[in-house]
Design a binder for this molecule. Sequence first.
Ligand code: SF4
Length: 520
Amino acid sequence: MGKEVGSCQLGKMYSTGKVRKHREWRGVKDTFYDYVRWLGILGILGKFMLHPNNVKGFFRYRWMVNYLAAPMMIDRLTEGFRGPQLRIAHMQFDLIVKEMALSIQDLFRADRRIGNDKKLSDRCVLFDENEMTAIMMGFPTLKGISREIPTLYTANLLNQHSAEHYIDVAQEFGLPGDICPMPEAECGFSIDDDYCVLGKCAVQCNTTCDGSLLGNGVIAKRLEQEDGIPIFQLATPMRHREDDVQDYAAQEIRNAIKFIEDQTGAQWDWDYYFECAKRVNYATQCRLEWLDINKTDYPQMPGMLLTLYNETNYLGVCGKTPIFETIDRKISKMVEDAYKNKTMVAKEYRHRAVVWGVQSQYFFEMLNWMTNCWGILPLTDMLSMVNDKMIADTDTPENRKQAIYDMAWLTENMIMRNRTHGGYRVLLDELWEFCQQFNADVVILWEHMGCKALTGLHGQFEEQARRLGIHLIWVTHDLCDPRIMSRQGIRDQINRYMRTVFREEPLDPSLEYLQDEVSW
Ligand code: SF4
């Protein structure tokens, strides 16, 4: 138990119940810092519940109860961190929690059943989960809002069991059980009438596979026919790296913008667009710098520090929230300093890993666990390998034309979609290039049967990894449903490989087996 990274037996903190036996001891300075920031999260929750709309929403919507686990989630996501990584994590998660609280507050205020603020509702455009919000970069007076993020995405990070009820609802309604549990649960929310009802219009995207087509269809019917909210279907090309689809992709963007203008009466604003574009470029530049540092012998932004923050910043924020630029700047400074100081994020690095596939939402902290338990450092992951080029960010006639193509490019390259759509080059071939760049000897490959694009290439992943001498560790899971594969079931797949193939002993044996089936 102590101040040095890797000096705690982290598994000893676990109880068999919902919460841990005690907080992590990180030495006086880091424990004090961590505790104050943890209290800050409680403060955000307390402040949130002072608002009458939020109290009403809390009792109306079943998924809201998961938010009681927010302080516990922060503990899980910061497990094992010390020094700069602990501070970066708190900076990121505090911001995400604050932004989430504001977003839920807006949802409830505009919700016809709760606050019924029609003026606000008429300024809201609904977006799918995982949908790139680049087309909102030109609408300063409107709010792009995703109902799925607080109800499913974040709720499942907070409480591993949060999606089960909604998956069951969807299947009781006759939906197939072999599709991805993410769109399936999202559909279950709609069937169960457990989404807030708001918005002037909505934009759905062919984001994610057969499951998303299925879910979007059911959700669209309810939105259009029962709630009277018109929807634009943004059909982004599948072969998104091919030149011949780019004009079509750009036209879809023009059509979506026109739809929003027609529905809301708002006008596209180029000044605001280019202001946001500058921030998008800054975020891209920072992410690329962090990745470059992760390629060295002293990575400073591994695992969750990279992926969770990037998902929020890249997709939902997309240049529209200035505070993210301030945090990006602070993180970059800390990362550079930590790199100069050769800061270690685990007591020993045994393997350098690229994490591929779509990770389990209910066991997101697996990325920390594998570092702490086995010394496997996750240097990057599939969801973080998104846009890597600068978009036009100054207002000229040529750039106004280019901007449409840039928004199309960002939308084509939204998280998850840019790899699971687009064929074997983006999903399979580029993985090995990343392994080389990051000097990785291990690939952790998340797999669940609902993700057909990825499972379809199973044999080819194996064949090529064998040829290249890269250790491929398959980790089967069920994305949002721990009843199919528990957290320990996930850990066991890594444990088995480490013991039988690598013949290694864990760095922290207390983490190898944990009884966390009922914990948040
Ligand atoms: S995990 Fe796979 S199946 Fe699920 S939404 Fe993402 S790409 Fe689609």
